[in-house]
Design a binder for this molecule. Sequence first.
Ligand SMILES: *Cc1c(COP(=O)(O)O)cnc(C)c1O
Length: 463
Amino acid sequence: MDAKTNDKPDLRTLPKVDELLQLAVQANVRQDAPRAVLRSAARRVVDALREDLKGGKPADMSKNALLFRFEKSVQAQREHSLGRAVNATGVVLHTGLGRAPLSQAVAKAMVDAAGPCALEIDRDSGERGHRDHVVSELLRELLQVEDGTAVNNNAAATLLSVNTFALGKEVIVSRGELVEIGGSYRMPAVVERGGAKLIEVGTTNRTRLQDYKSAVGPRTGLIMKVHTSNYRIHGFAEEASLEELVQLGREAGIPVVHDLGSGLLTKALAPALADEPTVAESVAAGPDVILFSGDKLLGGPQAGIIVGRRAALAAIRGNPMFRAMRLDKIIFAALEQTLRIHLEGEAASAIPALERLNLTFETLQNRAVALAAKIAAAAPELGADVRESLSEAGSGSAPTIGLKTACVTFAHRKDAAASFAQKLRMSTPAVFARVRDGRIWVDPRTLAPGDDEIIVNVLKSIL
Ligand SMILES: *Cc1c(COP(=O)(O)O)cnc(C)c1O
């Protein structure tokens, strides 16, 4: 401790917040911003300098350096934190970047709904209606189910299902399907918080129909089959099919819920994701309720889609928790438009997530060559080239499948790749790329129209 005292940085050299503000007035730096913004920007600069000093980093406290940091801090504070970003990672459904990218048509539907819209009014009669009735009708038409609705996300849909069918009762789930999706979302905890008791059956790798049969009793409220979205069990493995569970549920008078997660409607929409189960297959098996996300392979906004039998949906709508998980009008507008695109048979090309998953290697290679040439012209020192790699579906969809792609890679002679990648992330718009083998990798698969130009401009401004 004593030795350290001598090394203690001299914090007296730090400028005071008011001194920095005064400096900015004198130099007329960002005096257009409101006083409160300027003050908190100045405070952040002083805080950051203090951290630098404490961490033993050299802190430049010249007038110019202070004003430069101050100006950046004001700018950062006024920038929209959820402004446009570039996804160059090659992960199509990137949870960190907001999962499914929405099309212009869907974005327009959201803007149109921003003002007054007929959310809960039947236009024909002028009477009060239900906010989910259009989405319900579209789901029925699209999936040939008896009824459907949507809540905040699939996690909410799962919790709601458990709570509706098994409050104070038991939920039977295979030990091979007790998934953790991320964060604190773990199936056993969801069942418990839904007010039910989890009955685990089978083993991690093998669960048979007989295991479920033995567990069914007077206290059983629900049989749940969960798609193991983000992992696969290979080798000596066996599971009861959804058809078998539906049959068992019918015989025992117990509802069966299929938590499908990813929500790929049909195989034809993304043929490369060969082992991804589809909503169509699940509907054919006939469980009482099927759950899937709106922002995974459906390619729409965040939502939890609930489809299935009329009586089951009526029970779900009757649960007071349903109201607590309902969607806002902007999301309903986006979901409606997404479902219309599917219904019109345009999804494979007009839903950006699906379009990107389906891009061929040849197309990607051409795009990569074109982008590499633009980067080489604007910044020859980066040594841009084209290299083969694999893209991913992301968000736990088809976790074992890599999609062949061609990336633009580059590196800066003096700046390490991780540090250069940070500069890309901190740019406006923010650019998110992968770092591998000491280089930055830009995968054209996940780029939106116009992103090439943004990347070139951002590189120019960094250099
Ligand atoms: C992704 C997933 C969830 C969670 O869905 P959110 O829409 O992110 O809440 C639940 N169950 C399964 C099987 C999933 O794949």
